[in-house]
Design a protein around this ligand. Structure first.
Ligand code: ARG
Length: 459
């Protein structure tokens, strides 16, 4: 089987070299984009008078057939033909002969692969954006059901202050909103056309790169031929945004795992989203959340691979860069499945309000309210903090919650207390008064939900 570049070689390629250099086992993923790019290139070459109309017709028909063969699993992939670009071209030439041999005019695999990869990634980003939108809609719908559900807020995983559950969920909405903005922004930098710069220097053919850009939906053409074939920062940027997104997902996973334990008992995940144990019959494990949490690691790893891959590479194309695809493919696949399953898991979980309400009784979560109450009575915050500290020490000794203490007990610690303190120590009152911008007061949360719906366009 002749190599596209075989002319200057006197010896056959060593079989091990073919095994090392081949990328067809994974870059076959790019076949749709490769063929789409080739069609646009051929149309442009024809419009510019480089190819004839009959050449073009043969090429378009041939490429369609090659695509059908690939989709039917009929095209045999072999390491000897290296990659998807040579496979498509080789098969095209087998089918249509001479016109097929003209397709690679004014083109190199260097600008070709960069174009394919960008088309692929743009499509992945669009899917991720749609999935993020769906995820956010789920969070908002769930938050809407829990505008008034009191919930323990934590710092250091120690009970801190009461919040409402809807507010907690909307924190994730905000994270995903930033993730989405990052992906949208990176899409703009992905959507720049390399094709037409050929190997690295540009070409002497009278080509029309703008026409190719228009046909393929690129916003711009790459301005510098060297940069066009050697830039992979678009892929690194995508991976960095993916790593951040996975970090966000892993935090929610961790919380779901904790919350679904008997120790917390805040939620119950649906059976359909859990798995069992091969030995312990009673077990129901939150494997979906664990796996998404775990997959975060591989996405971080891929980001590091790509950064290391590109580090110190001299301009322009280097074969090292063929290693850019597997990490990105795996990241995209990981994001895709994670973002598809996660909202479903959330929609199907049960929130255990009774158990949650019980936790609000322990842990002195309204201690800050008592300090603020004293401040309203003219005590400085630092002094108030000390008084309430004493009050907590007393309560721990007496085995009572702040709500269970009598007024006399409060007054034993400070005569600043009057019966109004008994109202401020309820979790409900604690959340109701958190009306500062971004705070957890149910009315704020209600408004945040309306704002989120506006952003999502789902009224
Ligand atoms: N399979 C190669 C890659 O993914 C295509 C470009 C090859 N170019 C070259 N000059 N060998 O990077």
């Amino acid at each position: 089987m002749g190599k596209t570049w075989g002319g200057r070689f006197g010896q056959e390629t060593h079989a091990l070299v073919e095994e090392l250099t081949a990328s067809i086992h994974y870059d076959q993923n790019l076949y749709v984009w490769d063929i789409l790019g080739s069609k646009a290139h051929a149309r442009m070459l024809t419009a510019c008078g480089v190819l004839t109309q009959p050449d073009l017709e043969a090429i378009l028909r041939g490429l369609d057939e090659v695509q059908q063969e690939i989709e039917a699993g009929k095209l045999e992939f072999t390491n000897r033909l290296e990659d998807i670009h040579t496979h498509v071209e080789h098969r095209l030439i087998e089918k249509i002969g001479e016109p097929g041999r003209k397709l690679h005019t004014a083109r190199s695999r260097n600008d070709q692969v960069a174009t394919d990869f960008r088309l692929y990634l743009r499509n992945e980003v669009d899917q991720i954006l749609a999935l993020l939108h769906n995820f956010q809609c789920t969070l908002v719908a769930l938050a809407e059901q829990h505008v008034d559900t009191l919930f323990p807020g934590y710092t250091h995983l120690q009970r801190a202050q009461p919040i409402v559950f809807g507010h907690h969920l909307l924190a994730y909405y905000e994270m995903l909103q930033r993730d989405s903005a990052r992906f949208r922004e990176c899409r703009q930098r992905i959507n720049v056309l390399p094709l037409g710069v050929a190997a690295l220097a540009g070409t002497s053919y009278p080509i029309d790169r703008q026409a190719v850009a228009r046909e393929l939906g690129f916003d711009q053409v790459a301005a510098n031929s060297l940069d066009a074939v050697s830039d992979r920062d678009f892929a690194i940027e995508f991976s960095a945004h993916a790593a951040i997104l996975m970090m966000h997902l892993s935090r929610l996973c961790e919380e779901l795992i904790l919350w679904s334990s008997i120790e917390f008992g805040f939620i119950e995940l649906s059976d359909a989203f859990c798995t069992g144990s091969s030995i312990m019959p009673q077990k129901k494990n939150p494997d979906v959340a664990e796996l998404i949490r775990g997959k975060t690691g591989r996405v971080y790893g891929h980001l590091m691979s790509l950064l290391t891959l590109m580090k110190s590479l001299p301009l322009t194309y280097n074969r090292d860069m063929q290693e850019d695809k597997e990490p990105v493919f795996d990241i995209a696949a990981t994001l895709n499945i994670s973002l598809r399953v996660f909202p479903e898991m959330l929609r199907n979980m049960k929130v255990n309000n009774v158990q949650i309400a019980q936790t609000l009784e322990g842990g002195f979560m309204t201690a800050t309210e008592v300090a603020d109450y004293l401040v309203r009575r003219g005590v400085s915050f630092r002094t108030a903090h000390g008084i309430v500290g004493e009050l907590i020490r007393y309560s721990l000794g007496a085995g009572k919650t702040l709500q269970e203490l009598s007024l006399e007990e409060y007054q034993r610690i400070s005569e600043k207390f009057d019966e109004a303190v008994l109202d401020v120590v309820t979790p409900q009152q604690a959340v109701n008064c958190k009306t500062s911008v971004g705070g957890t007061a149910p009315h704020n949360v209600f408004r945040a939900i309306q704002a989120a719906k506006d952003q999502l366009g789902i009224h």
